[in-house]
Ligand binder design. Structure first.
Ligand code: GRF
Length: 190
């Protein structure tokens, strides 16, 4: 019997390379998930174009998402669509505990550092300045505290002596784009 693909919602704010990587993988016959919904808090996020090109339903959330009633509305939509996991991919808003509660252990995020080191922004810059030997990325469950939920997977990336921020960022992003689809497939399977 062919099992139905698990439905995934992806939350974005920007360019969407991770979204694209997730979609590309999902287009494979053997992949066990499909991206069913893309949500952005930025109307002009480039990732929205990627979603539309792939015939994925999109939704832009506005400032009113700060209100519980709006959060509940979106949660209901996602629940009615039978969304199994929510993947944050460059989503620059903090989700409230109220919203998280609708999807306990079902919201994951990708972060460009080897957590628990360098939570928050400017991760590679801080890693270079601290003369770290490695940077990398981490996929983790989303909890109330920023970038602090249970870690699911990490990928290390070497920092070279002559590395620039741009070069390092590019190398880590490449690994992010590989890791996210693999981890999601594994999660869906488990
Ligand atoms: C990635 O580096 C991700 O780790 C961070 O935001 C960036 C998003 O990039 N949370 P993209 O929009 O997926 O290209």
């Amino acid at each position: 019997m062919i099992k139905e693909k698990a439905k995934i919602a992806v939350f974005i704010s920007g360019r969407g390379t991770n979204l694209k990587a997730l979609i590309l993988r999902s287009n494979k016959k053997t992949c066990n998930y499909k991206i069913a919904y893309v949500i952005s808090n930025k109307r002009n996020a480039a990732g929205l174009k990627i979603a539309k090109k792939n015939q994925i339903i999109t939704k832009v959330i506005s400032q009113s998402f700060l209100k519980k009633i709006e959060q509940k509305k979106l949660a209901k939509i996602l629940i009615n669509k039978n969304i199994k996991f929510i993947c944050l991919a460059g989503f620059m808003k903090i989700l409230s505990p109220y919203f998280l509660n609708f999807f306990k252990n079902r919201i994951i995020n990708i972060h460009p550092s080897l957590l628990p080191k360098y939570k928050g922004l400017n991760t590679h810059k801080r890693a270079i300045e601290a003369k770290e030997k490695f940077s990398g990325c981490t996929i983790h469950y989303v909890s109330k505290k920023l970038d602090s939920g249970k870690i699911i997977a990490k990928k290390k990336v070497k920092i070279f002596k002559k590395d620039t921020l741009k070069k390092l960022e590019k190398r880590v992003l490449k690994e992010e784009n590989k890791l996210y689809p693999l981890v999601l497939e594994k999660l869906v399977r488990s």
